[in-house]
Design a protein around this ligand. Structure first.
Ligand SMILES: [Zn+2]
Length: 210
């Protein structure tokens, strides 16, 4: 085991600067239970800085990341435990009022899934990834055949967000929270090169957030 130099340097910088400046916030946060204003489900992708984009402070966002920001269907029984346990905790214990599903452009997970479902051929070595990305089958099925090839991945990325929101409704405790107006679910798609964020409006269309 080796502690990388960048880890020590960056940590020391953070501890001496950011932490010192916000020490009172951390001290205060340690005295109470967390009360996040939202849960964010997003992709593992290193280019998604959700706390930076949404001005997150200590205790603001309860984060769950997985490849391609998927909420698996209730039918995907052997695949949904990790994501659903995070959501269950967020709703039943933390009582979070908002749940954001944040997808993005250039998503490697979605792109891989597109290729494998299109060619009906997996990379054999991806023992776990293949099982996980198979959760995207329903979203893939909704890609219109006549859509230009260059637009299909973006459509797939956004369809995955819509499908994940539909999947949330399959779980009784989540559906109940939404119906009782205790939980507000928002679908978001982030374009990396432009910084643009689109949200899913009440007509089930993605429109610019600003
Ligand atoms: Zn991704």
């Amino acid at each position: 085991m080796q502690i990388p130099k960048f880890l020590i340097e960056r940590y020391q910088f953070w501890k001496k600067n950011t932490f010192e400046d916000y020490k009172y916030v951390y001290v205060q946060a340690s005295k109470t239970t967390q009360k996040p204003i939202a849960m964010i489900i997003t992709c593992c992708d290193s280019r998604i800085l959700e706390n930076t984009m949404f001005g997150g402070n200590v205790g603001d966002y309860f984060i769950h990341r997985n490849i391609a920001n998927i909420v698996p269907s209730k039918n995907d029984k052997d695949k949904n435990i990790q994501t659903l346990s995070a959501i269950e905790y967020a709703i039943k214990v933390l009582k979070i009022p908002n749940l954001f599903i944040l997808g993005h452009s250039n998503c490697g997970g979605v792109e891989y899934s597109y290729k494998t479902l299109k060619d009906k051929k997996n990379i054999n070595d991806f023992e776990y990834i293949n099982q996980w990305t198979s959760c995207l089958q329903n979203s893939y099925n909704n890609i219109p055949n006549d859509l230009p090839e260059s637009e299909k991945i973006t459509f797939f990325e956004q369809e995955n967000i819509k499908q994940s929101i539909k999947n949330l409704r399959e779980y009784d405790f989540i559906d109940k929270s939404i119906n009782e107006n205790k939980l507000n679910v928002v679908g978001l798609w982030f374009q990396i090169n432009s910084g643009l964020i689109k949200f899913l409006d009440n007509n089930n269309s993605f429109v610019d957030l600003d």
